[in-house]
Design a protein around this ligand. Structure first.
Ligand code: BTN
Length: 283
C-alpha cells in the first residue's frame, strides 16, 4: 500500500495514485457505456488529504479541455472538508470520497446565458445524479436538501462540495456507506446506507451507479435540458417548500427553488432569492 504522504507526514495532493482495486475496476467496467466522458481518467488513493485538492491540482496542471471528466477516489481522507470550512468525516473503508472535474459551461460557449445557467445548476445536477445512483444501486430513495445535501429519515447521508478550478469546477461528494462510529457531534444528524437498509452494501457498485447517474445529469446540462434537472430536484426536495429558514438577515418560509436553482424564501410580502450562504433550517 502506498502512503501518499510527503516527508513531513502531511497528505500530498500530488501524491502518486494506486491501482484501482479489482472490485472497483469491475464495477466501473460494468457501467462504462453510461459514463460518457466521465471517468476517462480515474485516480485512486488508499489515503489522501482531500480528493478535492488532488482534482484541483490536476485541473490547474492540465490544458482546460484535458482536465474535464477526471474522477479522484480515496479509501480514506485525512483532511476531508465540507462546506463552510467544516471537516468531512472520512474514515477508511466505510464511505465514498470522490471528486470530479467538470466544465458545465463549455458546451454552451456560444451562449452566455445558457453557460451561466449550466454553471448555477451544476451542484443540483450532481445531487440529483447522486440520489439517482443510490436508488439504482440499492433501491433506497433519498431527498435533496437545498443546496445539495442528500437526506434520508431526516439525517444527512451525503454532502457535495463544489470548488472553482476555472474554467472547470471540482465537485466532490462524500457518501456514508457503512455504519461507522460517527463522532458525537454527528451521531444524531448523520446516517449511512447500511444503517438505513439494515444490510451490507457494496460500496463500489454504489460508486459506479452514482458516476453513471451523474454522467447522465451532466449530459442534461450539456444539452441544455435544465428543466429535467430542476423537475428531478423538485421531486426529491426535502422541505424546500414550507420550511422556516434563516440566512444572514433573511428569515422566512421557503416557497421552492427558481429556474437558476436559487432557494426562494418568503419574508412578509417579499420573495428573497438565496444563492449561497449558510441556511439554518428552523424547527
Ligand atoms: C458538505 O456537505 O459539507 C460537503 C461535503 C463534501 C465532502 C467531500 S468528500 C470528497 C471531497 N473531498 C473533500 O475534501 N470534500 C469532498
Amino acid at each position: 500500500m502506498k502512503s501518499n504522504r510527503s516527508d513531513d507526514g502531511a497528505p500530498a495532493a500530488d501524491a502518486e495514485s494506486s491501482a484501482l482495486p479489482r472490485e472497483l475496476a469491475d464495477a466501473i467496467a460494468r457501467v462504462a457505456p453510461r459514463l460518457g466522458s466521465l471517468a476517462a481518467g480515474l485516480r485512486f488513493f488508499e489515503t489522501i488529504g482531500s480528493t478535492n485538492d488532488v482534482a484541483l491540482d490536476w485541473a490547474a496542471a492540465q490544458p482546460p479541455d484535458r482536465a474535464d471528466g477526471l474522477v479522484v477516489i480515496a479509501e480514506e481522507q485525512t483532511a476531508g472538508r465540507g462546506r463552510r470550512g467544516r471537516a468531512w468525516f472520512s474514515p477508511p473503508g466505510s464511505g465514498l470520497y470522490v471528486s470530479i472535474v467538470l466544465a458545465p459551461a463549455r458546451a454552451h460557449a456560444a451562449d452566455g446565458n445558457r453557460a451561466r445557467r449550466a454553471m448555477s445548476l451544476l451542484t443540483l445536477a450532481v445531487g440529483v445524479g447522486l440520489a439517482e445512483g443510490v436508488a439504482a444501486a440499492t433501491g433506497l430513495q433519498t431527498s435533496l436538501k437545498w443546496p445539495n445535501d442528500v437526506y434520508v429519515s431526516g439525517r444527512k447521508l451525503a454532502g457535495i462540495l463544489a470548488e472553482a478550478a476555472a474554467p472547470s469546477v471540482v465537485v466532490g461528494f462524500g457518501l456514508n456507506v457503512g455504519a461507522a462510529a460517527f463522532p458525537p457531534e454527528l451521531a444524531d444528524r448523520a446516517t449511512s446506507l447500511e444503517t438505513e437498509l439494515g444490510r451490507s452494501v457494496d460500496r463500489f457498485v454504489v460508486l459506479a451507479e452514482a458516476l453513471a447517474s451523474i454522467a447522465a445529469r451532466c449530459a442534461d446540462l450539456d444539452a441544455g435540458r435544465f428543466d429535467a434537472i430542476l423537475d428531478a430536484w423538485r421531486r426529491r426536495a426535502y422541505r424546500a417548500v414550507g420550511a422556516r429558514v434563516a440566512c444572514g438577515s433573511i428569515a422566512g418560509v421557503t416557497v421552492g427553488i427558481d429556474d437558476d436553482g436559487a432557494l426562494l424564501v418568503k419574508t412578509g410580502e417579499r420573495i428573497e432569492r438565496i444563492v449561497s450562504g449558510e441556511v439554518t433550517w428552523l424547527p
